[in-house]
Ligand binder design. Sequence first.
Ligand code: 5AD
Ligand code: SF4
Length: 442
Amino acid sequence: MKKYMIETWGCQMNEEDSEKMAGMLNSMGYESTGNKEDADIIVFNTCCVRENAELKVYGNLGILKNLKKSKPDLVIAVCGCMMQQKGMAENIKKNYPFVNLIFGTHNIHKFPQLLNNAMQSQNTIIDLSEDYNIEEGIPIKRESKIKAFVTIMYGCNNFCTYCIVPYVRGRERSRKPSDIIKEVSNLSEEGYREITLLGQNVNSYGKGLDEDIDFAKLLTRLSDVEGIERIRFMTSHPKDISYELIDVIKNCSKVCKHVHLPLQSGSSRILKLMNRNYSKEKYLKIADKLKSEIPGIALTTDIIIGFPGETEEDFEETLDVVKMVRFDSAFTFLYSKREGTPAFKMKEQVDERVKHERFNRLLELVNSIALEKNKEYEGKTVRVLVEDISKNDGTKLMGRTDTGKLVNFSFEGYNADDLFGKIEDVKIEEAFTWSLNGKIAK
Ligand code: 5AD
Ligand code: SF4
């Protein structure tokens, strides 16, 4: 049997796209391998949200050059967001002529056909056609048997000035509720217990559909699907959070008490330059409302350091919001210039040394608050959806609370196979910055 390997960079959307490509390859009779040397087909699913992600792709392509020399029949495909950038496909073709196939984010459903074309051609096949139709029913091979990603909408209309995503993923479009519900019902029948709904801005779900539906209504309808016990979602844009949504998170027991709400900056001045459409005050108001309406809710965020023109005062406003909201965790990013975005041309780019210094100060604050918040769990018993054997200790199991905390726990007296996919009580004994340790509660 011929083997394939898919390497994925970037966000959960890319992970889900890779799961679809794996599904299509399986249907074509290939099997997966974790080892490049064993593979007959290698697919790189790329990301371009920051320069670092791109550098990794270039580095990995360089490594493939030698592999291809020793294995001329190896088929190499490169796809994903990075390929959608102007001139990128030609650049890859020129500098890495051994790549057989290049395609973008809009034609993943054509993968089997493109692959066949590439196998029969001496040249690099490039397909970046922009087909905005949503293709349903693509086979999918998921990483987990317990939790699944379900994309509910594609693209983004927000054009934050730093961000390349709207240029490489196209305009916002929502899947029909009936298609989403069908997929989730099938997942439930297959034994899945948790779904994570994906979209760049799930709060604007439903716009442009004929049906009268929005994100809060979609959540309510999905919570009727029997067998699915947990519903997560990401990402929420602060400008679009509705009180209806807060009510659904509060009142619907299946909807997890966790909101990922990217702040990006705590300075209203910078937020305006970023085209985020909310102020520091508005963000704080939403965070307060979420915390007061839903006690114990976990809030996580994304923050960019060193956006053009960011001063020490602007940065301190960010620290201020972090201290007031007390995020459970935060992804912190150094601003990365992306060609084609409005911020690329902004004159006052922040000095690299200053960026790094601010980044370290922010990280220290974020981590210390994350640890304090996790410490609040010590001694408490929490409900954990059991997913797998623990990554760093084979005698333990791992899973997550509905607030998204990673829990590693011992399970004396139980058989691991009986616990996978179940929600169990776990007593938390020790908290760390990134995880909790505990034992199954009898
Ligand atoms: N530089 C740094 N971080 C970025 N993000 C998006 N674009 C950039 C950029 N040019 C971050 C944002 C977003 C997350 C997915 O990536 O914080 O929420
Ligand atoms: Fe990028 Fe802003 Fe769209 Fe998120 S909402 S994908 S940060 S443009």
